[in-house]
Write a protein that binds this ligand. Structure first.
Ligand SMILES: NC(=O)c1ccc[n+]([C@@H]2O[C@H](COP(=O)([O-])OP(=O)(O)OC[C@H]3O[C@@H](n4cnc5c(N)ncnc54)[C@H](O)[C@@H]3O)[C@@H](O)[C@H]2O)c1
Length: 439
């Protein structure tokens, strides 16, 4: 082993290694804080200066990072934040956690990672470990980033180490702490895997090494593709149950009592967030380049992508029953975050539902205490307060996100009509009222 890399291993084991995390969002900030809590000195780098200023002031913009935890690591001088990349030359281990969205054509947009790797490449020195955590297609680290880094003249496995370690966190999930979810690590060489595993060992109860960066990239895409396809199945079963006049929630709950061979997934208004609607497209794109059609992915994408339209159709049906047209009806969407307990409205199906209803002439308002404003097609919508008056005067309330803080019993009691796409009204005594329709 190169002496600089040998030295790096020692520095990691004694927690003297300085860690950089590029991209301080849903993934990067909790990771940076976890490194700091494990005793490392950490520098968080984000090009968003507002975020950097907020962090320096001890204010957390990510729900999963409590402010007291953030303040503790800032005060102990274990974590600093900056928007300047200069510090990278000093850092021993560099974690990249920047976004990987899709282009309008649904092709992968890896420009954020390319920009981050360029920043790293400009300051690269022997004895550094670079770990990519952003979700991406198999081959990205090997085919795209390794040549970029090696253009510096430094050799991966000899002078520097390069690995891929996907993030598996689930924002808003209170059941599993970061350290409880095993960390997958795949390096470009066995030494790269070894050093990356050493870096994560203090943070995770279990580190799972795999044989290559490509395998680690594929693990992440398999996990999210599995989820996306099963949600697609649950959504199709919802449409099937509607045709059969059955309650899909009753059917799924009963099926879920089977202790093996069945895993519970539930239908909803469509996919949202920065992962499930996006990641399988990374895999499908890569396979198209290999002349292979990922049929399961495309089918589930079609079904899931049609769900907002299906919710609108159901809303029209509810209104129509009382001879109300969509045009001019007052519709309240309850929740625009893509799932319960988070403030993230990226790719949220509620946004799609809102625009489709507005296109039909409905007067649409939303309530989501976690998302005070929503910019949509050049207009900014503001969350309305969930008052008795707002509930009473809405022609229809559509429950799009089941945030825990919402009193759904009050919603059911006051709203004249409710369309529940999340089964949020389960267990509420409807008192014989038939005004609640479930997906
Ligand atoms: N959000 C999740 O639940 C989740 C879970 C697992 C994996 N992931 C993956 O992790 C990656 C990051 O996702 P996220 O949700 O944390 O994104 P995010 O948008 O919340 O945060 C990304 C941050 O990176 C910053 N940034 C972008 N380009 C930069 C650059 N060149 N230099 C410095 N900072 C830069 C942005 O300003 C932003 O603060 C994505 O690939 C995503 O697919 C996300």
């Amino acid at each position: 082993m190169n002496s600089r890399l040998q030295e790096l291993e020692g520095r990691i084991q004694t927690r003297q290694a300085e860690i950089a995390v590029i991209g301080l969002g849903y993934v990067g900030l909790p990771l940076a804080v976890a490194f700091a809590r494990a005793g490392f000195r950490v520098t968080g780098i984000d090009r968003d200066e507002d975020r950097v200023a907020q962090l320096k002031a001890g204010s957390s913009y990510i729900e999963d990072v409590p402010e007291e935890t953030l303040r503790a690591v800032l005060e102990a001088e274990r974590l600093t934040a900056t928007s300047a990349g200069d510090v990278l030359s000093r850092c021993d281990c560099i974690n990249i956690c920047v976004p990987t969205p899709l282009r309008k054509t649904k092709d992968p947009d890896v420009s954020h990672i390319v920009a981050a790797v360029e920043e790293v490449q400009r300051r690269l020195r022997a004895g550094q470990l670079i770990v990519l955590g952003s979700t991406t297609y198999p081959g990205t680290t090997h085919e795209l980033y390794r040549p970029m880094l090696e253009a510096s003249g430094l050799q991966v496995g000899q002078d520097i180490c390069l690995a891929y370690a996907p993030e598996r966190m689930d924002p808003g999930n209170q059941e599993f702490e970061l350290q409880q979810v095993p960390k997958i690590v795949g390096g470009e060489t066995p030494l790269c895997t070894q050093l990356a595993a050493r870096m994560f060992e203090p943070l995770f109860e279990r580190v799972v090494p795999v044989s290559s960066t490509q395998a680690a990239e594929m693990v992440k895409l398999l996990e999210n593709t599995f989820r996306m396809i099963n949600i697609g199945l649950a959504n199709e079963v919802a449409m099937i149950c509607d045709r059969l006049n059955l309650d899909v929630w009753e059917v799924i709950e009963a099926a879920a009592t089977k202790p093996y061979g069945f895993m519970k997934f539930t239908p909803g208004p469509g996919l949202g967030g920065h992962c499930i609607p996006i990641d399988p497209n990374y895999l499908a794109w890569k396979l198209r380049s290999l002349n292979f059609k990922a049929r399961f992915i495309e089918l589930a994408s079609d079904i899931n992508g049609a769900m907002p339209g299906w919710v609108v159709e159901r809303a029209l049906r509810v209104l129509n029953r009382d001879r109300l047209p969509a045009n001019g009806s007052r519709i309240l969407l309850l929740g625009v975050a893509y799932k319960a307990g988070v403030s993230d409205a990226r790719e949220s199906p509620a946004v799609d539902i809102l625009s489709q209803l507005e296109a039909l002439g409905a007067q649409v308002a939303y309530h989501d205490a976690r998302v005070p404003e929503l910019a949509l097609e050049g207009r900014v919508h503001k969350s309305v307060d969930l008052t008795d008056e707002v509930l009473r005067t809405a022609d229809l309330v559509i429950i799009t996100t089941a945030h825990p803080e919402v009193d759904f019993a009050q919603v059911v009691r006051l709203a004249p009509r409710v369309l529940d796409t999340r089964n949020a009204t389960a267990g509420i005594d409807l008192g014989g009222r038939s005004t609640v329709e479930k997906l």
